[in-house]
Design a protein around this ligand. Structure first.
Ligand code: G1P
Ligand code: ZN
Length: 542
């Protein structure tokens, strides 16, 4: 029986760049999940008879929310849901399945790289028929709906078994429990030269992949160990856990510290990598050499043509504004277009749909391509492995040769977390107010060329997205960017992005923190972070 349950709006159900993200206990408020999902459904035309993809990263509440979503899909006229076994699907796998199943969209249950567990974070993201995150106009419509909603629809039924593959019925809805890995692994085999990677590994090349107890565990075991022949045990922390083993499933030098230590130590394998909660981010570390995500994007762009998927070349590349300009230099050398977009994958989606770009990426360890409409952690790892299999050089050598040709964009991001939201807004306003007076001013060795609040005009639909972060550009290609996070769940997070360009003729092997000291000093002089936030140092440096 389908029930119509009266409900009332909840405050603050505004989805950000990556869906609705809140503490688990907020999601546990009776009716909270139902309101948001019903609001998503109410904004869809043609839900009747449609197909949906549902899956999550395995975090605390994943299974419960999936059961609710299934019963609500049944009550709202959806005719088929494909859900990953155990409730698991990585974000890129959802994107791929939406595209190959003719689905109207998909629900991804994840808070990405944020920690999981009863006291931690949960999230719901809606992806549309192209496989990418819902665009701004749609998330705005969903939010507006959450503020007027009066009822939700749910089927009265028992839970289905998410662990039993095959078809189950919920009223007129068919729920198909599928292998979360199979379709994705098959897609990867079409993109990359698995034989070449297998032969590299057979020749003694060693690797370690840290799945951080999150969703990529099953994918990495299947693809890296079973299909590519990496030694059993190459994948570590490969079992998804509701609390990710107590860690942050965030593949950076802070949270993937163990991997970093291994890769810098005497027993390091040739290649190390990690992915995040929902499998869309990647971290790449060669033996003795960390590759910054901005450099990784540039190097992948410069070498993509060595792999089957990109053998015909790239039509263009895109990076988020805070990502370093390293990839721009490669695009210029290749004679292809390059775009600078606001943070968040949906801007890349439009460029990919319009065939303007083939590769795209962000400083926050995300890279992807036209194969799906999300960033893709394991895809980036496989692209690296394919390039290594062709070039037969170490990661460090490939990076060195890259810098020797294009120069090096020294880069760091400083995060100040859980700030008082009022303090953070006041700081941004103060920086914004100073913008007109910054050009020509000098801060130590750095002279300001321009300062602006980044606004982006979508090349495909002309829509404008503004207030995306304040860029202060210095002579010689150096830069400081101030931006507030759109994904934090407590207070405000200030991100300060620091970049100094060193031409190929300069010193390419200095300590980044030393090189960036002048940018840090300029950022402090402009924003008075200490004084305005009471913080003496950033919480996280990546
Ligand atoms: C962060 C990253 C951004 C990424 C987003 C979703 O957003 O900085 O690059 O697209 O997570 O994974 P932020 O918290 O900075 O708004
Ligand atoms: Zn993620």
């Amino acid at each position: 029986m389908i029930r119509t349950v009266p409900t009332r709006p909840f405050e603050g159900q505004k989805p950000g760049t990556s869906g609705l993200r809140k503490k688990v206990r907020v999601f546990q408020t009776p009716g909270y999940v139902e309101n948001f999902i019903q609001s998503i459904f109410d904004c869809q035309a043609g839900l009747d008879g449609s197909t949906l993809i549902i899956g999550g990263d395995g975090r605390y509440l994943n299974r419960e929310v999936i059961q609710i979503a299934l019963k609500m899909a049944a009550a709202n006229g959806v005719s088929r849901v494909r859900v990953g076994k155990g409730g698991l699907l990585s974000t890129p796998a959802v994107s791929h399945l939406i595209r190959t199943s003719g689905a109207i969209g998909g629900l991804v249950l994840s808070a990405s790289h944020n920690p999981g567990g009863p006291e931690e974070d949960f999230g719901v993201k809606f992806n549309i028929a192209n496989g990418g995150p819902a665009p701004e106009r749609e998330t705005d419509a969903i939010f507006a709906r959450t503020q007027t909603i009066e009822r939700y629809l749910v089927l009265d039924a028992d839970d289905i078994s998410l662990d039993q593959m095959g078809e189950h019925r919920l009223g007129s809805l068919v729920v198909e429990v599928i292998d979360p890995v199979a379709d994705y692994a098959a897609l990867m085999e079409t993109l990359f030269d698995f034989d070449a990677i297998r032969s590299l590994i057979r020749g003694g090349f060693t690797l370690t992949f840290d799945a951080m107890h999150a969703v990529t565990g099953p994918y990495a075991h299947e693809i890296l160990e079973r299909r590519l022949g990496a030694a059993v045990g190459s994948v570590i922390n490969g079992t998804p856990l509701p609390d990710f083993g107590g860690g942050h499933p965030d593949p950076n030098l802070v949270h993937a510290h163990e991997l970093y230590e291994t890769m810098m130590g005497p027993t390091a394998p040739d290649f190390g990598a990690a992915s995040d909660g929902d499998g869309d981010r990647n971290l790449v570390i060669g033996r003795g050499r960390f590759v910054s995500p901005s450099d990784s994007l540039a190097i992948l762009t410069a070498n993509a043509q060595l792999t089957p998927a990109y053998a015909d070349g790239l039509v263009g590349v895109a990076r988020s504004m805070p990502t370093s300009a390293a990839v721009d230099r490669v695009a210029e050398a290749l004679g292809i277009a390059h775009y600078e977009t606001p943070t968040g994958w949906k801007f890349f989606g439009n460029l990919l749909d319009a065939d303007r770009v083939t590769l795209c990426g962000e400083e926050s360890a995300g890279a992807g391509s036209s194969h799906v409409r999300e960033k893709d952690g394991l895809w980036a790892v496989l692209l690296w492995l394919n390039i290594l299999a062709v070039r037969r050089q170490s990661v460090a050598t490939i990076v060195d040769e890259h810098w020797a040709r294009y120069g090096r964009n020294y880069y760091a991001r400083h995060d100040y977390e859980a700030l008082d939201a009022g303090d953070a807004d006041a700081l941004m306003k103060a920086v914004r107010d100073q913008m007109p007076g910054l050009p020509d001013r000098s801060f130590g060795p750095l002279t300001v060329v321009s300062a602006d609040d980044f606004a982006y005009t979508d090349v495909t639909d002309g829509s404008i997205t503004d207030h995306q972060g304040i860029r202060v550009l210095f002579e010689g290609g150096s830069r400081v960017v101030f931006r507030l996070s759109g994904t934090g769940t407590s207070g405000a997070t200030l991100r300060v992005y620091l970049e100094r360009y060193e031409p190929a003729t300069g010193n390419l092997h200095r300590d980044p923190s030393e090189v960036l000291a002048s940018c840090v000093a300029a950022a402090e002089a402009i924003a008075a972070i200490h004084e305005r936030t009471g913080r003496l140092a950033p919480d996280v440096v990546t």
